[in-house]
Design a protein around this ligand. Sequence first.
Ligand SMILES: [Zn+2]
Length: 119
Amino acid sequence: MSNDARTEAPAVDYRALLEEERASLEHQLGELGFGGVSGTGLSYDSNFADSSQVTAERGEAEALAGELRSALSDVERAIVRFDQGTFGVCERCGQAIAPARLEAKPAVTTCIACASIHR
Ligand SMILES: [Zn+2]
């Protein structure tokens, strides 16, 4: 392998990874009946309110959907950052985020040092 002009090109297509992740999260939300951005909203309604089992399942589904939505918004934010050219830069300290970290979780917005302080 010889060097060509691609010294600045990332080895990984993060944008594609992010879009893949977004599609996957939207799909999971859809499967839960939360239908993503253009969905029909909650598929549960008051007809089922009498059943405590359904209520419990709905609670779990809502909790999971909340996590998925949060992850989805991280991914969407990362895509915006990608388009703005700030992708891969830590939101807190402005340092570059390690490529291995981005490859593992493209939607991260902080470097590992800031993440360990934050959490
Ligand atoms: Zn940082």
